[in-house]
Design a protein around this ligand. Structure first.
Ligand code: 4AZ
Length: 297
């Protein structure tokens, strides 16, 4: 601890980061972390508890039916009363999704966010109004980069085990090829198929950009904004309607949002794995937008 300012304990960022991933929920919950910038302004990290799910309880193409509380950060974005895309809860007020899900449809009144849901449509499901939709300013539908957007809810979510935020990764965090992660969503269970009634999920390995850019795979189309996951042999993959949803990886019993479902050629096809927006690339933008809208505190 460095000292005290404005009645708040001031921590070095590394300490703050260590606290964030501390096993001690009490510590994680208690503090906001601030660091001084050269400009004299203050940057704030809010240390909220994230990335845990109830010890439960017990398509995606080639996946399985999910259990309540298995992916408590998963949301469904409805446009004109229809499931369009997935998304992930990152704070009580903010959802991360894909820019291509919301681009050109920025009117918040046409969107509703369903949380804590497994089956759709569900009577009495918790659906929330949207205050604001922001897509990455550099996203363009003709391109594949910057496929990230934020949805701000009009009211704060109450976390209850079935509704929980997922952690964002740390800046610069890198992942080993072969790390097993999870994809989830109500997308089609076969290429060009129907939206699934039940939330599907599947375990997929992360692929290196080198592997994914091979001539027989995506031939150099994979940029630093993307991360591939899936099987080169095909069989298990995200599909239409899963976009915007999480590619979630467990790291020391905390779940982190490593990617957001973005694109791919077909679904579960040999040599055409799923491509996800790389969240470590998006962190700066995500934080900028949230601070702009919520203020530093
Ligand atoms: C889509 O259109 C989509 N197989 C999502 C994921 C993949 C392909 C398409 C990856 O929403």
């Amino acid at each position: 601890m460095d000292g005290r300012t404005d009645g708040w304990p001031v921590f070095k960022l590394e300490v703050c980061s260590a606290m964030r991933s501390s096993g001690n929920a009490h510590i994680r919950k208690q503090f906001s972390c601030k660091a001084r910038c050269n400009s004299g302004k203050v940057t704030t990290l809010k240390c909220l508890e994230c990335g845990s799910r109830p010890k439960h309880l017990t398509r995606i193409v080639g996946g399985n039916i999910s259990q309540p509380g298995q992916f408590p950060w998963q949301v469904s974005l409805h446009f004109s009363s229809e499931h369009i895309c997935g998304g992930s809860i990152i704070t009580s007020r903010w959802i991360v999704t894909a820019a291509h899900c919301v681009f050109g449809f920025a009117d918040p009144s046409l969107w509703v966010v369903h949380v804590g849901e497994i089956e759709q449509p569900v009577h009495g499901a918790l659906s929330l109004a949207v205050a604001q939709i922001i897509h990455h300013a550099r996203y363009h539908p003709k391109g594949l980069d910057y496929d990230v957007a934020l949805v701000k809810l009009t009211k704060h979510l109450v976390f209850n085990g079935l509704v929980e935020p997922i952690c964002l990764p740390n800046y610069g965090e890198e992942y080993d090829e072969g790390t097993m992660c999870w994809i989830s969503g109500w997308g089609a269970t076969e290429d060009k198929g129907e939206t699934s009634v039940v939330l599907q999920s599947a375990m997929v390995p992360l692929l290196s950009t080198k592997t994914c850019n091979q001539p027989q795979v995506y031939q150099g189309f994979i940029s630093p904004w993307m991360i591939c996951a899936g099987y080169l042999g095909g069989g298990t993959d995200s599909c239409q309607g899963d976009s915007g949803g999480p590619l979630a990886c467990e790291d020391s019993s905390l779940w982190k949002l490593v990617g957001t479902t973005s694109w791919g050629i077909g679904c579960a096809i040999r040599n055409k794995p799923g491509v996800y927006t790389r969240i470590t690339q998006s962190l700066h933008w995500i934080r900028q937008q949230m601070e702009r809208e919520d203020g530093p505190n």
